[in-house]
Design a protein. Structure first.
Ligand SMILES: CC(C)(COP(=O)(O)OP(=O)(O)OC[C@H]1O[C@@H](n2cnc3c(N)ncnc32)[C@H](O)[C@@H]1OP(=O)(O)O)[C@@H](O)C(=O)NCCC(=O)NCCS
Length: 325
């Protein structure tokens, strides 16, 4: 027995912030942002919006596409570091919005690797026979945690949610394997002191600068490239397949230069790497499921394709999932 993704969905806050809008707010330029990151716009959660509501929309879309009702679910797992509350978890808030009671609902906090970690947890638990139908969500709103005066981080992040429905199933298709890694040694490369939504772009009051996201971008860049190459090779090798067998990689959408550098090291052409960072920015744990949903919608993934998901983020955490679609 294994687990298989049978449907996907995605949702974003309603406000689009273009690079030109940021040019008006800080000392930056569309040209700098595009050439250093590949980002042209991002969605930003505003003060009158709720990230749980965004996640609910993505979840309901995935459930409808799976032909399921919320009542069919046996567990909810959310990869997120953006809950409004220390507790209850984001997953419990989402469970309530979906009108469910009593099934397990919990968060996995691994920053940008949150969805990759959550997928590995769901797959292992389903293989063990515990659940048959699981809702898995990646949802984050890191734009609400930046210091809007710090141009080196404020331009990078966007908000959103992606959802998948997984079912327990026998057969060749489904999750072939996952590998997860963390290195607390590097925790100071990317961190935010307080949890939760603090400083939406339209808020009048700004969070204390010390509470905003802190990032050592250039160091992080180098480690991200190395660790993503390494984890991709390891999960491929463990599954007994080769890089040539891969149909598509869906990488975490942090920065186009990171994505291209990893693809180049792996010897993969652009046709094998999905990107949408230009329209979303770095949506943290939401980036992989949003990209997966777009890849399916645009016909880039077909039955029996070999698909690899990978991500690296604060922690540092990194990981990869290999899927026979
Ligand atoms: C943040 C990042 C884009 C910066 O790119 P970089 O090429 O390393 O640029 P640097 O930080 O060396 O800065 C170069 C110059 O651009 C300036 N700069 C930084 N942000 C800028 C902005 N938004 N607009 C204009 N100039 C900017 C810097 O002040 C610096 O100027 P200086 O040379 O006069 O000191 C890059 O390091 C990166 O993407 N790192 C990984 C970040 C990431 O993806 N984190 C999440 C991982 S999950």
């Amino acid at each position: 027995m294994g687990s298989r993704i049978v449907a996907t969905g995605r949702a974003t806050p309603r406000t689009v912030i273009t690079n030109h809008e940021l040019e008006r707010r800080m000392d930056t330029s569309d040209e700098w942002i595009r050439t250093r990151t590949g980002i042209a716009q991002r969605y930003a959660l505003c003060t009158d919006e709720s990230l749980v509501e965004v996640a609910e929309r993505a979840s309901r879309q995935a459930l409808a596409r799976a032909g399921m009702k919320p009542e069919d679910l046996e567990a909810i797992i959310v990869g997120t570091v953006s809950s409004d509350f220390g507790f209850p978890s984001f997953a419990c808030q989402l469970q309530h919005r979906l009108g469910l009671n009593s099934i397990p609902a919990f968060d996995v906090a691994a920053a940008c690797s949150g969805f990759i970690y959550a997928l590995s947890v769901a797959d292992a638990t389903m293989r063990a026979g515990e659940w048959s139908r699981v809702l898995l969500v990646g949802a984050d709103a890191l734009s609400t945690m930046v210091d809007w005066n710090d141009r080196s981080t404020a331009v990078l992040f966007g908000d959103g949610a992606g959802a998948v429905v997984m079912v327990r199933e026998a057969g060749q298709r489904g999750v072939l394997g996952s590998i997860l890694r963390s290195s607390g040694e590097y925790w100071e490369l990317l961190s935010v002191r307080n949890r939760g939504i603090q400083s939406p772009i339209d808020a009048e009051a700004r969070a204390n600068r010390d509470d905003a996201i802190k990032m050592k971008g250039p160091e992080l860049f180098k480690i991200a490239v190395k660790s993503l190459e390494d984890i991709t090779r390891k999960v491929i090798e463990r599954a007994g397949v080769s890089l040539d067998d891969l149909s598509l990689i869906i990488p975490h959408q942090a920065n186009l230069r990171i994505i291209n550098a990893v693809a180049q090291r792996l010897g993969l052409g652009a046709e094998k790497v999905f990107t949408n960072v230009d329209r979303y920015g770095n949506t943290s744990a939401a980036s992989v499921p949003i990209a997966l949903d777009e890849a399916i919608e645009s016909g880039r993934i077909r039955d029996n394709d070999l698909v690899l998901l990978n991500a690296c983020g604060g922690g540092l955490t990194w990981g990869a999932n290999l899927i026979r679609w």
